[in-house]
Design a binder for this molecule. Sequence first.
Ligand SMILES: [Zn+2]
Length: 296
Amino acid sequence: MTFFYRLFLLSSLITTVGLAATLPNTVPAHAQAASCPAPALSRFQRHKVMRGETLESIAQQYNLAPETLIVMNPNVNNGRVKVGSELQIPPYNGIVVEVPSGQSWRQVAAQYKVRPDAMFEINGCQTKPKIVFVPGLNWLPNRPQTTSVIPKNSNTQSRVNISGYPLQEAATVGLGYGWQINPQDGKVFFHSGVDLLSPVGSPVQAIAPGNVVLAQDQGSYGNLVIINHAGGMQSRYAHLGSIKVKVGQQVNAGDVLGTVGTTGQPTAKEPHLHFEVRSSSSQGWVAQDPKGYLKR
Ligand SMILES: [Zn+2]
């Protein structure tokens, strides 16, 4: 290693550490009140869709990525907007996230790779917000290079290298993947998986071969089994009544992992398996629409 290279490493280390040490106080207390804009969540506008407008044209009008409008508006169907319907228009590209209990908004910022000072300001310098606006497009599985990219299933398709079915019988979808309205409280939330209606006690099986990396109670997921598959893919099986595998165990497609149950905080009262497919990315394990992976 050359001297200069060592010097470079040393200086970059100092920069990193220095930055980390100053981040919590990036915005000095006295500057907060003066420079703090109204929270992004209070600056949403409404847009009534007119004849001839498309999702892309509306997004362009507000300088936003179409994806942002898709996630903010459950009434956008397959990238289409209905004439006469109203859209919520955020002030920036981003996503609305509920800060999980026991976590801070800083952890949410880190998760989405947003600078804490930027996140703090955009949310009106609140110290303990329950719901935050996360600016940027880091929540997208594949961050678009241009603003004209519409998420199609092409992304999901190209990743398909696992497929199978987590139950022995074909099940009705109780609640699909994506932005949904919670039937219990009417609030909009992001459903990271699919709910497959099935009686309590039904065997739950691995959709593809892999390695069990988690098999335990996990908060709102209840009893949860996570399997890592080849190719940076992962499947999750939640609200299980019983777990029949152990961490580290290799499983094959069709191996029983446990049984359908009602543990955790299932969205629907009707017994179901909450099933997720995730893919590894720089943002961690990003939820995918399980639809493309479910095959019987
Ligand atoms: Zn669910």
